[in-house]
Design a protein around this ligand. Structure first.
Ligand code: HEM
Length: 478
């Protein structure tokens, strides 16, 4: 047995999974009936409060080990790709939907794809992309000015997704799809169903052949694949017109198509389209929903919103949108993003699968066991943060009060994951969030953000955790 994630105390016997505490289930289905898919995260967090930092539960024949101690979680996430991988079920579900890409592949495939995606999203590319980010943000401001002048309520998440899809397509595909100014059917409407469909396939206790065909999902998939194939064809044409791009690709899609077309390449057409779709999906919901949560939290905490708005005015001076250099000086705005992700992580659970027999928190974990890492319990625990339920962005800034400890806090709250598979889109995501926050706080006052159901907003898990039904009303600043 390989002991990879921790060393049990000398002489202490290993526990077996069946000796762990956990909710009582029923024969065959286990705990499946206690779980509502869209609230899975809340259920497993509630069980963590009842059964502790390491417990078990079962969906049909799949016995999950659930962990929430941040050191144990980090050890599992760091032990990739050799000790843990994304689950075979996720991989199969993504393959069946045609978007097997960096997020879902494992082993050597992952080793080949990761450097290409990393290069396309590294800080140098993000810096070179900044003028386009400004252009897309200006269009976004125009859209919100028109809504403010017309006194219209804004569908917050739908608009934010227009922004994030336009940004991702600009950066990764070199294509200006401009859904922000389009009244036509936009790609997001088709993307919307895919992550929930993926979540459903990953968690279903039934084998694939027993589940019904979902024709709506198939139609959306066809539309999205059509769009992605169009981006790939355009990139291939650019490479034909400018052969020097093969050596010096400007973006991820050119890099991948050049690699695909290289004689002897082990990249397939499916690898290229799977990764392009992965970029759209990974970059859209996560950033848009984090921004939606942040705007909602800022509205509920006017003192934080005011401090953020003052910082934007001070750093930007007479500029209406931050330069790349100014973005790095929006410390309080960035702290608001970190505080939002601590309270409302859009990826509240990460499921990994043991590649080989191993040990997690003194428990013998056989190869193939799914290990569910809970990302929120420690981040909202008084053991790590003072007044843990409060939205206090200043705790992330150096030199302020107890409970801040920015360095160690970042090791406890891990909204972008940890280890070798940590999110490669985090620089882009933080840049997008600061651009939108600066635009919003500089040009508008938030008149209202609500779901129309009182002060709280429901959390819905459909692969990412989003707020349900937020509407935004804005007033232009004088
Ligand atoms: C606030 C925004 C975002 C959040 C909270 C977020 C969160 C995450 C998390 C938790 C993971 C899994 C990490 C792990 O397993 O350790 C991940 C992976 C990934 N993210 Fe993000 N993400 C965000 C934005 C983005 C953006 C903008 C992109 C690209 C445009 C992106 C692309 C990816 C990809 C490709 C992976 C898979 C990496 C791998 O498995 O090697 N993400 N993200």
């Amino acid at each position: 047995m390989a002991i990879t994630t921790d060393e049990p105390r000398a002489g202490a016997p290993l526990r077996r999974i069946r000796e762990l505490p956990g909710p009582r289930g029923v024969p065959l289905l286990g705990n499946a009936l206690q779980i509502e898919r869209e609230r899975l995260h809340q259920k497993v967090e509630q069980w963590a409060r009842e059964y502790g930092e390491t417990y078990r539960f079962r969906i049909a024949s799949r016995e999950f080990v659930v962990i929430s101690n941040p050191a144990t979680v980090a050890a599992v996430l760091r032990d990739r790709p050799d000790g843990f991988r994304r689950s075979a079920k996720l991989n199969a579900a993504a393959r069946s939907l045609g978007f097997n890409g960096l997020f879902t592949v494992n082993g050597d495939e992952w080793r080949r794809h990761r450097p290409m995606v990393l290069r396309g999203l590294d800080p140098t590319h993000i810096k070179a992309f900044h003028p386009t980010l400004v252009k897309v943000t200006q269009r976004f401001e125009g859209r919100w000015r028109r809504a403010a002048q017309a006194g219209q309520a804004i569908d917050l998440q739908a608009d934010l997704m227009r922004f994030t899809v336009d940004v991702t397509a600009g950066l990764a595909f070199g294509t200006d799809i401009n859904t922000l100014e389009s009244d036509e059917e936009v790609i997001q409407q088709h993307l919307d169903t895919l992550l929930p469909a993926l979540a459903k396939r990953v968690l279903s206790p039934l084998p694939r052949w027993l589940t019904r065909r979902d024709r709506a999902v198939e139609a959306d998939l066809a539309a999205v694949h059509g769009a992605v194939n169009g981006f790939i064809a355009a990139a291939r044409q650019r490479l034909a017109d400018e052969p020097e791009l093969r050596e010096h690709p400007r973006n991820l899609i050119e890099a991948m198509v050049a690699e695909r077309d290289r004689p002897g390449s082990d990249l397939s057409d499916e690898d290229v389209s799977g990764n392009m779709l992965t970029m759209l999906l990974a970059g859209e919901d996560t950033t848009a929903n984090t921004l939606a949560w942040m705007i909602w939290l800022l509205h509920r905490h006017p003192e934080a919103a005011q401090r953020a708005a003052e910082e934007v005015r001070r750093v930007l001076g007479t500029q209406s949108h931050p330069t790349h250099e100014q973005l790095s000086r929006l410390d309080f705005v960035e702290a608001c993003a970190h505080e939002t992700m601590r309270l409302k992580p859009v990826a509240p659970l990460l499921i990994q699968e043991a590649v080989r027999d191993t040990v997690v928190d003194g428990v013998a974990v056989p190869a193939g066991t799914p290990v569910m890492c809970l990302m929120r319990p420690a981040a909202v625990s008084a053991a790590h943060f003072a007044d843990p339920q409060a939205f206090r962005p200043e705790r992330w800034l150096d030199g302020e009060g107890p409970g801040r400890a920015a360095g160690s806090s970042k090791r406890v709250a891990m909204p972008f994951g940890a280890g070798p598979r940590t999110c490669p889109g985090r620089y882009l995501a933080l840049s997008e969030m600061k651009m939108v926050a600066a635009m919003l706080l500089g040009a508008f006052e938030i008149a209202e953000v609500s779901s129309g159901e009182g002060p709280e907003v429901q959390e819905r898990l459909a692969f990412t955790m989003s707020p349900v039904g937020l509407k935004l009303r804005l007033r232009e600043r004088g």
